[in-house]
Write a protein that binds this ligand. Structure first.
Ligand SMILES: NC(=O)c1ccc[n+]([C@@H]2O[C@H](COP(=O)([O-])OP(=O)(O)OC[C@H]3O[C@@H](n4cnc5c(N)ncnc54)[C@H](O)[C@@H]3O)[C@@H](O)[C@H]2O)c1
Length: 339
């Protein structure tokens, strides 16, 4: 298939592009390059790129594609809370517009990178499946719920949206992110010898490796229409339903000599959910999430060591909010986050 991969210069996109190409697809990227230079280790080879802002995509750009894999977004809770209106413009309105112009151009499949944070304040220890009530607690998660609702309404005989509700990602990508929980805790342990948990450690967080997310998307592209049409899928594995305290304990093991401190200074975190992943296993029989949290922690330590991760890069280059603030401050991004 000819596949347009948006957000291909991000953390997940940089891992996914070669996986999709390896599955035989002809991949083109679309990205405004917010983090294109945020690379740890050798610079990856990107697929041919449309350097375009999602909000400005000309409809004719979609001509000739069989599928769109839509990752581009302001991609975390702190970013969403900093600029809620930009989060809704980019994540919600521009995404729905992209789906509409894709459908009008004859694109048949539209994989959307949603998130398990749509379950938000689900609380409790029960597993939440895709039909559970959605209780987003941040503008970021709310933007994802709105896209799911609006794009589902576009589904028809020729246009198949699929909503991939990813667990929180972890693991090495050449375009690293330091602001997701495992990558973050491993970084602090590696750089400062301390694993510091600011919450009380009790919230549940389902985790999934970036490579496993890429594998799930590749399977969802290839799946028969009736297996995936207009459905939501949780992407991950029950084995990686872990509490923040359990994640921290794995990190301490992976970084010898590091110590664990649960400060509790931010109080209870309302974002807590344990997730049921049985639907994706039934729909995509070739898919299993293979990476454990422990293997991911060890992989990250190796990468941080091999590429000599520095404190400055960890805090400024690989932390989404800091990177965007720095780029705005020097004028390489305007107030609307356009280059
Ligand atoms: N990483 C996770 O833990 C996780 C979990 C669940 C869902 N997701 C979703 O997966 C997708 C990818 O996440 P990621 O971790 O790779 O994020 P990321 O921030 O690393 O990458 C996002 C990419 O989108 C691009 N982008 C942002 N705004 C744009 C715009 N207006 N126009 C064009 N390009 C734009 C950025 O330049 C960047 O390359 C996002 O939609 C995110 O919400 C991520």
């Amino acid at each position: 298939m000819r596949v347009l991969l948006t957000g291909h210069q991000g953390y997940l996109g940089t891992v996914m592009a070669p996986v999709l190409a390896g599955a035989g697809h002809e991949v083109r990227g679309l990205d405004s390059g917010l983090f294109a230079d945020c690379v740890l280790g050798p610079r990856p080879a990107d697929p041919p790129t449309h350097a375009v802002d999602l909000r400005d995509v000309p409809p004719e750009l979609l001509a000739g594609f069989d599928a769109v894999v839509h990752l581009a977004a302001l991609s975390n809770d702190p970013l969403g809370s900093l600029a809620p209106e930009l989060t809704y413009d980019i994540n919600h309105h521009a995404s729905v517009r992209l789906a509409r112009v894709a459908r009008d151009a004859g694109v048949r499949r539209f994989l959307y990178a949603s998130t398990c944070s749509v379950y938000g304040a689900s609380g409790g220890d029960d597993l939440v499946g895709e039909d559970a009530p959605l209780r987003p607690v941040t503008p970021y998660a709310e933007s994802k719920v709105r896209v799911e609702d609006d794009v589902a309404a576009l589904a028809d005989d020729d246009f198949t949206p699929v909503f991939m509700r990813n667990a929180t990602a972890f693991g090495f990508s050449p375009r690293l992110r330091a602001d997701i929980v495992l990558n973050n805790l491993v970084g602090h342990a590696f750089l400062a010898g301390e694993v510091r948990v600011l919450s009380d450690g009790t919230p549940w967080r389902p985790l999934v490796h970036a490579q496993d997310i890429a594998a799930a998307f590749a399977q969802a592209l290839a799946a028969p229409r009736e297996a995936v049409h207009n459905q939501a899928f949780n992407i991950g594995t029950e084995e990686n339903n872990v509490t923040v305290a359990e994640i921290a304990a794995q990190v301490v093991e992976a970084v010898p000599g590091s110590v664990l401190r649960i400060t509790g200074e931010t109080g209870a975190d309302p974002r807590s959910y344990r997730v049921d992943f049985s639907r994706v296993r039934a729909a995509l029989p070739g898919f299993t999430a293979r990476w454990t949290v422990k293997d991911g922690a060890n992989e990250l330590v190796r990468a941080y060591r091999t590429y000599s991760l520095s404190r400055h890069d960890f805090d400024r280059m690989f932390t989404r909010l800091a990177r965007l603030s720095d780029r705005r401050a020097v004028g390489s991004l305007d107030e609307t986050l356009r280059p």
